[in-house]
Design a protein around this ligand. Structure first.
Ligand SMILES: C[S@@+](CC[C@H](N)C(=O)[O-])C[C@H]1O[C@@H](n2cnc3c(N)ncnc32)[C@H](O)[C@@H]1O
Length: 342
């Protein structure tokens, strides 16, 4: 297929169009059956003519379908924009086509010129400073991370041997989506989700509102700045899609804090394990673009790590990597223990 430069450039409008449909909740509104543009506009709270234009555009892309009477339905692609679809990427779409796209268009050129991060050029603050001030975008960010965590939660729940584990600590675990998947499959486990205070507050309120008494009993949220401290008490620590936002120096600092937590209270050496789950160069088909995303929202000097990088950072933090296994969603799992010399 021939790709023109203009069609690539138009990609920004294409993704903004899909992002608007995701934000408005059009796929959810079509769950009960076909609807005209005017009916949809009423349901999602939009201007009828403007929504009709938006729907014509996304339908031309195959995202949503339009029948002969001009009524819209979900297509296989738009199904994934439904909030309750098992492989939903509704919130991830809102985040990528919203904040990330705005940041990139506002600051990427300057960031490339200066070799710094995009966010301060676009908004004057880092990603997490921005999220602390914008509650609605922070809510979407947490849900987008949940979309990202969903495929891997089921894989870990099935393949990690949890028989001898009692407490799993997810470091930078967002709203706890990964732990919810693991705890739901393994009723003997307790989970501790460690994240920034405002993320923990939102996640805890969400869990309580869900009324899931079993998870309310077994899953707790612990606010902590992981660059300073990671709570002790886990038999298994997990850190997923977190290191990739940080430079090598900060990565070693976070891993050292996890190692200290793993060692705490153990007289004869720790038996805790750590799973570092991140995209690694060797197994990531999207590495080139991911480095641009890092430039947009990550710390300066954050590039995708290789297997050798993870082994070196782990060693500097007093950890030993036992194995590295590729897994779905372009991720790899590095299984680590406390190094004998630590
Ligand atoms: C890219 S998200 C990954 C979330 C989750 N692990 C996942 O894979 O879906 C990074 C997470 O690290 C958290 N985080 C960032 N800086 C942190 C800090 N200094 N202390 C604790 N958590 C932090 C963010 O709030 C966010 O939830």
């Amino acid at each position: 297929m021939e790709v023109s430069l203009l069609s690539l450039v138009m990609g920004s409008i294409t993704s903004a169009t899909i992002g608007a449909a995701a934000r408005l909740g059009v796929a959810d509104a079509l769950e009960d059956g076909p609807a005209t543009g005017a009916e949809l506009a009423k349901t999602v709270g939009a201007d009828p003519d403007a929504l009709e234009s938006l729907m014509r555009a996304v339908t031309a892309l195959g995202v949503f379908a339009r029948d002969e009477e001009g009524r819209y339905t979900n297509s296989p692609l738009s199904e994934q924009l439904r909030t309750d679809h098992p492989e939903s990427i509704r919130h991830l779409t809102s985040l990528l086509c919203g904040l990330y796209a705005q940041a990139a268009s506002g600051g990427l050129t300057q960031a490339v010129k200066t070799g710094t991060s995009v966010m301060p050029h676009a908004f004057g603050v880092s990603l997490y400073e921005y999220l602390e001030k914008d509650a609605e975008t922070a809510r979407i960010f947490d849900l987008a991370m949940q979309d990202w965590a969903r495929p891997i939660g089921a894989v870990l729940a099935e393949h990690v041997p949890f028989e001898n584990v009692r407490t799993v600590v997810d470091v930078g675990g967002g709203n706890g989506a990964l732990l919810k998947a693991i705890l739901s499959a393994h009723p003997h486990l307790k989970g501790v989700c460690v994240d920034r205070p405002d993320t923990c507050r939102r996640a805890e309120a969400g869990l309580r509102a869900s009324g899931n008494e079993d998870l309310i009993e077994r899953l707790s949220y612990q606010p902590s700045d992981i660059l300073r401290e990671v709570p002790e008490g886990g038999d298994l620590y997990i850190i997923k899609n977190v290191l990739h936002d940080w430079s090598s120096e900060s990565g070693v600092r976070i891993l050292s804090n996890i190692r200290k937590a793993m060692c705490a209270g153990a007289d004869t050496g720790s038996t805790s394990k750590l799973l570092v789950i991140d995209p690694l160069k060797e197994h990531d088909s999207g590495a080139a673009f991911r480095n641009v995303i890092k430039m947009v929202v990550g710390e300066p000097n954050t590039l995708e790590r290789s297997e050798a990088d993870i082994r070196r950072e782990a060693a500097e933090a007093g950890l030993q990597v036992l194995s590295i296994t590729p897994c779905p969603a372009d991720l790899s799992v590095a299984e680590c223990v406390v190094a004998e010399s630590a």
